[in-house]
Design a protein around this ligand. Structure first.
Ligand SMILES: *Cc1c(COP(=O)(O)O)cnc(C)c1O
Length: 388
């Protein structure tokens, strides 16, 4: 009897026709012809992959597509949105520098500013990005970077972006914009004069809550190169499979975004007219405090997120979520299905009740990330679940 043996590595079949779908390439290592050929690759006389942490085709395909959407070049794809935020900060700041952040940044970005950066000698402070007047006095001689989001979570306030960029530019301070919430469908920060654009690709771009990825790109090629080197050295490598999934998600991004914004607009109006709802926050509505910036900053549209405040306390919030069980109560956004989040018990649970109250985040506060369901059914689900 012959003993079966493991085969030697197979070769991909040659074909005169090509696949329409981008192949998924999980290979960590790449074989070269001989030492001369490898030398040429490392010296960049020829292009070839060597080792996946240094770069792989699925990340490059995805990065190229997001570059096109953002009007960027040489964007870096990394393993999560927070890896992208960290890349932007760590590649461009040194001990002794100061970074200014908007006071309503994504929770983990705030934590990076409050805990991690100071530990390595980078000073941080926060300012109110909706009122650019406060910026000049917050800038220090050692301020190197300003990190903002165009629309804040979960109160959906809109930053005074143009003025912030203007003030920063005059002083040679880098402006990094986390465009996760707004996406290039609403605004392209590099076109507006920002230096760096950041994404949690996990959210709207990939769109299906099945891939965790980030993206960061800079206007200046040296800054891009510095960020790519940092990400490779620190090891923020994205998974090829996640890149492959996200690429598939990108092809339907416009359709998903437009459907979700239309539903958001309709839901905001329906909730505003419903009893049991204390307040609706939607930038597309004229009663939103920053509605005046929607035309110039968000291409005239209110976006895919709606926040609202239910009358009542925790019990009313529990009852609403249970009654709306057709929706996923999950602290994320940008999924193809509508998700509900309750900041008081999730993203903002670390704040004191007074801290939350200052932002208007009460027990009745909900944030909705609109998905692509039938809008009529969706609105009915919300209205039926409201307290009567
Ligand atoms: C989710 C999110 C992040 C972090 O992204 P991950 O992919 O979860 O690491 C950063 N910024 C914003 C605005 C986000 O919503």
């Amino acid at each position: 009897m012959t003993k079966g043996r493991a085969p030697t590595r197979a070769r991909w079949p040659d074909s005169v026709s090509r696949a329409v779908v981008t192949p998924l390439q999980p290979s960590v290592v790449y074989a070269s012809l001989d030492p001369d050929a490898l030398d040429a690759q490392y010296e960049r006389r020829t292009f070839g992959y060597t080792y996946a942490r240094e770069g792989h085709p699925n990340a490059d395909v995805l990065g190229g597509l997001i570059d096109e959407m953002e009007g960027a070049q040489g964007g870096v794809v990394v393993g999560s949105g927070m890896a992208a935020v960290s890349t932007a900060l760590l590649a461009n700041l040194s001990a002794g520098d100061h970074v200014l952040g908007a006071d309503q940044l994504y929770g983990r970005s705030l934590r990076l500013m409050a805990q991690e950066l100071p530990r390595i000698g980078i000073a941080t402070s926060l300012f109110d990005a909706t009122v650019a007047d406060t910026l000049a006095s917050a800038i220090r001689p050692e301020t190197r970077m300003i990190l903002i989001e165009t629309v804040s979570n979960p109160t959906l306030r809109i930053a005074d972006l143009d003025r912030i960029i203007d003030v920063a530019r005059k002083r040679g301070i880098l402006v990094a914009v986390d465009n996760t919430f707004t996406t290039p469908r609403a605004i392209r920060p590099l076109d507006r004069g920002a230096d760096i654009v950041i994404h949690s690709v996990t959210k709207l771009l990939a769109g299906h809550s099945d891939a965790t990825l980030g993206y960061v790109a800079a206007r200046d090629a040296t800054v891009s190169e510095r960020m790519r080197n940092l990400a490779v050295t620190v090891g923020l490598t994205p998974s090829p499979f996640d890149c492959w999934l996200a690429e598939r998600g990108l092809y339907s991004f416009d359709l998903r975004y437009d459907r979700a914004s239309e539903s958001a607009r309709r839901l905001a109006d329906a909730l505003a007219n419903a009893s049991g709802v204390h307040r609706v926050l939607y930038p597309g509505r004229t009663d939103h405090p920053d509605h005046g910036r929607v035309a110039s900053l968000l291409s005239g549209e209110g976006g895919t997120m709606v926040s609202f405040v239910l009358d009542g306390e925790r019990e009313a919030a529990n009852e609403f979520v249970r009654a709306a069980s057709a929706l996923n109560f999950a602290p994320t956004l940008g999924d193809i299905g509508t998700t509900l989040s309750h900041p008081a018990t999730s993203s903002h649970r670390g704040l004191s009740p007074q801290g939350r109250a200052a932002l208007g985040i009460t027990e009745g506060f909900f944030r909705v990330s609109l998905g692509c369901e039938d809008p009529d059914t969706l609105i009915e689900t919300f209205l039926d679940a409201l307290p009567r």
